[in-house]
Design a binder for this molecule. Structure first.
Ligand code: C2E
Ligand code: MG
Ligand code: MG
Length: 575
């Protein structure tokens, strides 16, 4: 450490303490004057950034790439002005590795002479960023074709809708489904089918512009989002290019194959002003294209398509069902991966329809989200689950937590906090026993609102889990920004464990990341002992799935907890 200050005065002692602190830190630490010039740098800083020279006298901004210099100078000014800690991310060319990413945390303090000095702590975050982008790529792209998958499509479509809404513009969505693909798969096998899909996807991609999105959403199903195909003629032109691209035969492993594509199109906002409607309408138009000759494009038209009847009657039945109290909650155990004891339950909604029987949530939650009934249902679920967990605790004779799913519309609702407070107060439950499950989309769509609400929720000791982690944006930035306690790894990544190398890679990355950030983890959809053992060995903290218990009626849970007898689980699990 290089320093110009004397060490005999009280300030000198402080200097010595500061010196040892700076040396103890694993990060690069800098002591700066109020102009941002380096007065002292820790040994680690010199080692990383200038092993053969000195950093003293250089402005901090002089260490970073030229395009980031202004940001550093501004951060120094802001730290002095506000007295608060300021963070800035920059790129630095170090002697060892070209272009590392660093994050500086800068904090100012007043000197005895009344001016300001600053401390800056720089941390190399390149590895973290690499992990982030790897994870994001794995979670957002189709492994076979490299095209965006459904999660990324949903993201892009959401952005296209938001932009079109802001600028009062239109855009189109095309749904593609190959004609004759199944026959290839059935007669020549999956490897040939896979190769055909890869080549076909390349040909289709080449017909589009860079601003267009082409996603693979199923076996031979693709969706294209076209921001600039607006009129019927423009849509037909693009569709024709795609159909023509498929016309020449595919030469795959010595086979000459002929496959065409049928296309359906829908335009925002004429044929739908949200993702679900646009995709559903493009899909119905695609089926019409298949029915009327294949290898052609049909554009959706309200006059020719009536909505499926059961949806309308289902919606009416739902309003009736709320009045009749036909909704109920099942509870699925969440088990500690190490001790195998039950630590909590997830409340999962069901609808006992008078004719259809038990209707699963995926059939009515999206509808309730659309028509607004989710606010009513969600408030009821929160209240019922908080009250129920107290009975479970009583039966078990120890604390347990309850996880309740919160949908985006509920989260946006201004009264959400009041509803949650009510549920906690009425049940007399301690806030720390409640865990809210939200999805990544909720955080990304309106981060400012999310930050305010999550901070208020955390102030009540209520915890937050990210549900279905890995299927959405997987941006690590929000894990740091928001008070989040738990990641629930989506069933999709657990299903083929431990055989699937790709799923294992995703689970391991998520688990090590969670471990790093001190978050607990729940693996969803665990159906075998082998999966449980694998996940536990990788550091997963808890388990939820049919292997440790299906969603159960509350009466059954109470019986099970009281008798300490477990249903459907190997003897090792204790209640
Ligand atoms: P989720 O929150 O991810 O819930 C987990 C789903 O996985 C549940 O489906 C559960 O029954 C199922 N599951 C659990 N273990 C296994 C397993 O080992 N194998 C398989 N194949 N499945 C397993 P369910 O009950 O059909 O719920 C589906 C989704 O509906 C939930 O996904 C959640 O997003 C939503 N949902 C359920 N209840 C509510 C609610 O009260 N409010 C809101 N907004 N959404 C809810
Ligand atoms: Mg959930
Ligand atoms: Mg889930």
């Amino acid at each position: 450490m290089t320093s110009s200050a004397g060490h005999n005065s009280p300030e000198g002692n402080l200097e010595i303490r500061l010196d040892s602190l700076m040396e103890a830190a694993g990060d690069a630490v800098f002591h700066l004057n109020d102009k941002g010039d380096i007065l002292r740098a820790s040994k680690r800083a010199t080692e990383i950034l200038r092993p053969n020279g000195t950093l003293c006298g250089t402005p901090l901004s002089g260490l970073v790439r030229s395009k980031d210099r202004l940001a550093v100078a501004m951060a120094v000014m802001k730290a002095i002005e506000t007295g608060r800690q300021v963070r800035v991310q920059v790129r630095i060319d170090t002697d060892r590795a070209a272009a590392a990413s660093f994050e500086f945390q800068i904090i100012a303090h007043a000197t005895v002479e009344g001016s300001s000095e600053l401390l800056a702590v720089g941390r190399n975050i390149s590895e973290q960023q690499e992990t982030e982008s790897r994870l994001r790529h794995l979670a957002t792209h189709d492994a076979l074709t490299g095209l965006p998958n459904r999660a990324l499509l949903s993201d892009r479509l959401g952005m296209a809708i938001a932009q079109a809404r802001r600028t009062s513009k239109r855009f189109s969505v095309l749904a593609l489904d190959f004609d004759g693909f199944k026959k290839v798969n059935d007669t020549l096998g999956h490897p040939v089918g896979d190769m055909l899909l890869r080549v076909a996807a390349e040909r289709l991609r080449e017909t589009l512009r860079d601003v267009d999105t082409l996603a693979r959403v199923g076996g031979d199903e693709f969706i294209a989002v076209l921001p600039s195909a607006l009129t019927e003629t423009e849509i037909q032109t693009v569709a024709h290019r795609m159909i023509s691209a498929m016309q020449s035969p595919f030469e795959i492993q010595g086979h000459t194959l002929y496959v065409s594509t049928s296309i359906g199109a829908a335009t925002y906002p004429d044929h739908g002003d949200n993702e679900v409607n646009l995709l559903a309408h493009a899909d119905s138009a695609m089926y019409r294209a298949k029915e009327t000759g294949k290898a052609r494009c049909v554009i959706f038209d309200h006059a020719h398509f009536t909505p499926p009847e059961h949806d309308v009657s289902m919606e009416a039945a739902m309003f009736e069902a709320v009045r009749n109290g036909e909704f109920l909650l099942h509870y699925q155990p969440i088990v500690d991966a190490g001790t195998r004891t039950i630590i909590g339950f997830e409340a999962l909604m069901r609808w006992t329809h008078p004719d259809l029987g038990l209707v699963p949530p995926m059939q009515f939650i999206p509808m309730a989200e659309n028509n607004g009934l989710i606010n009513l249902l969600g408030a009821w679920a929160l209240k019922a689950a908080c009250a129920q967990i107290r009975h479970f605790e009583e039966a078990a004779g120890r604390p347990l937590y309850v996880a309740v799913n919160v949908s985006p519309r509920q989260f946006r609702n201004d009264s959400f906090l009041a509803i949650m407070d009510d549920a906690i107060e009425l049940s007399g439950l301690d806030g720390s026993r409640l865990l809210l499950e939200i999805t990544e989309g909720i955080l990304m769509s309106d981060p400012e609102h999310a930050e305010v609400l999550l901070t208020a929720i955390a102030a009540r000791n209520v915890r937050i889990a990210i549900d279905d982690f890995g299927t959405g944006y997987s941006s690590l930035a929000y894990l740091k920004r928001f008070p989040i306690h738990m990641l629930k790894i989506d069933r999709a990544f657990v299903k083929e464990l431990p055989e699937s190398v790709k799923d294992a890679a995703i689970c391991n990355v998520v688990l090590s990341l969670a471990n790093h950030l001190n978050l607990s983890t729940v693996a969803e959809g665990v159906e075998s002992e082998q999966q449980l053992l694998y996940l536990a060995a990788q550091g997963c903290t808890s388990i939820q799935g049919f292997h440790t218990g299906r969603p159960l009626l509350p009466e059954t849970v109470i019986e099970m907890l009281k008798s300490r007898v477990l249903l459907q689980f190997p003897s090792a699990l204790a209640c």
